[in-house]
Design a protein around this ligand. Structure first.
Ligand SMILES: *Cc1c(COP(=O)(O)O)cnc(C)c1O
Length: 373
């Protein structure tokens, strides 16, 4: 079979989505499936929908268009602010978008008006992650302006945690976000339908006991796809962590002395070559590299350890696990490795479990449009 390739188990993605939808549903929180790490792969999106997510979200319009072209008609939102050059596509393909800039919201409204439609706006509020977001003190004013803008409808507010800063939200953050929703409604009337708490980093509190306040939605990518917590990297109980597997072929297997320590090289390059200084280690070279994935984010089989990677080669220490040339090595991926592999044109994507899903999709009234071919 072609290599390198990612093999995708749709049943596990569906099961992860279903578990989270059920657990969060009991807390009155809906789940939006985030597809950006798989570039809007329609089969993965469909597996999330089969698992019960109420809508999908992606950060790139190209990925949304890919899903629409595959026949997916559920609500899709843009979770990155739309670019000036893509306003029309965003209005055509997305029901809502997450925004922070009034100038762009005015342009979205004008473009929606021109197309004779209305576009949903969710205001992203800055809660400490210091990526995108309106400052909390400006939110009320921003909301009033969105409400007054023709062509757009304010649908809610949203926060982002642990994207830039690796800090999980606390119950205080949730209370603060809830307070902001109340404040906007106090000033503008009952306009905040959706209070989206953020991504998978919210699961520790959301699956726990603390009050959910007004948070009624989470946008989940990593937890559904990889079953892991983005802050700790640890598996989340109840979820599959092996829905995606990377396979690469072994192109050299040999015993080589470790390289001489590179003392003179700039310290920032030191990370490239921290090799154990034993004599003649068994080393395996895989035909996969940084151009295909984030090699540092791969999980190797027991007895195998990552040494280093260049654009097209990954070198592993295989002293405890002999692997013949021409055979394949099977690897797990973290979020960054998954995202790169899914977007790399030279990495094949092989989907398992589509037959079954296809069958169930046919029986399903809600998505009669889904004829997977
Ligand atoms: C990527 C992203 C998410 C999903 O984050 P996960 O950690 O993968 O669950 C949610 N919201 C926004 C704005 C994002 O960019």
């Amino acid at each position: 079979m072609t290599s390198p390739r990612v093999e995708i188990n749709l049943g596990k993605i569906q099961a992860n989505a279903r578990y989270l939808v059920r657990r969060l549903g009991a807390r009155r929180i809906s789940v939006t499936g985030v597809t950006k790490a798989v570039c809007g792969h329609p089969d993965v999106a469909e597996a999330m929908l089969e698992g019960g997510v109420t809508g999908l979200a992606d950060a790139r319009i190209k990925n949304v268009v890919r899903m629409r072209q595959a026949g997916i008609t559920c609500p899709i939102s843009m979770i990155r602010a739309p670019l000036l050059s893509e306003m029309e596509d965003v209005i055509n393909s997305c029901d809502t978008s997450y925004n922070t800039e009034m100038a762009m919201i005015l342009k979205l409204g004008a473009a929606a008006n021109k197309q004779g439609t209305s576009h949903g706006v969710i205001l992203m509020v800055e809660m400490g992650d210091m990526r995108e977001g309106v400052m909390p003190e400006d939110l009320e004013h921003a909301a009033a302006r969105v409400i007054a803008t023709p062509g757009v409808a304010l649908e809610g507010i949203a926060a982002n945690f642990a994207c830039m800063g690796n800090v999980a939200p606390t119950s205080d953050d949730i209370a603060r976000l809830s307070g902001l929703a109340d404040q906007v409604e106090g000033a503008c009337g009952p306009v905040v339908d959706l209070v989206s708490g953020g991504g998978s980093a919210n699961l520790p509190w959301a699956l726990g006991e603390v009050s959910t306040g007004r948070v009624d939605n989470l946008r989940l990518g990593e937890a559904i796809l990889l079953g892991t917590d983005p802050v700790t990297g640890h598996p989340i109980t109840g979820l599959h962590t092996d829905a995606f597997t990377l396979f690469a072929e072994v192109i050299e297997t040999s015993r080589k002395p470790s390289p001489v320590p590179t003392m003179s090289i700039a310290p920032e390059l030191g990370m490239l070559n921290l090799v154990r200084n034993d004599d003649l280690r068994a080393r395996t070279i895989l035909a996969v590299g940084q151009q295909d994935t984030d090699a540092g984010g791969l999980m190797f089989p027991p007895g195998t350890a990552f040494i280093g990677a260049t654009s097209d080669h990954t070198v592993v220490d295989s002293a405890k696990a002999a692997v013949p040339v021409g055979s394949e090595m099977k690897m797990g991926m973290n979020y960054s490795a998954l995202m790169r592999a899914m977007s790399a044109p030279d990495v094949a994507k092989i989907v398992h479990g589509k037959q079954k899903m296809n069958g169930s999709a046919k029986d399903r009234e809600a998505h009669p449009f889904l004829t997977l071919v």
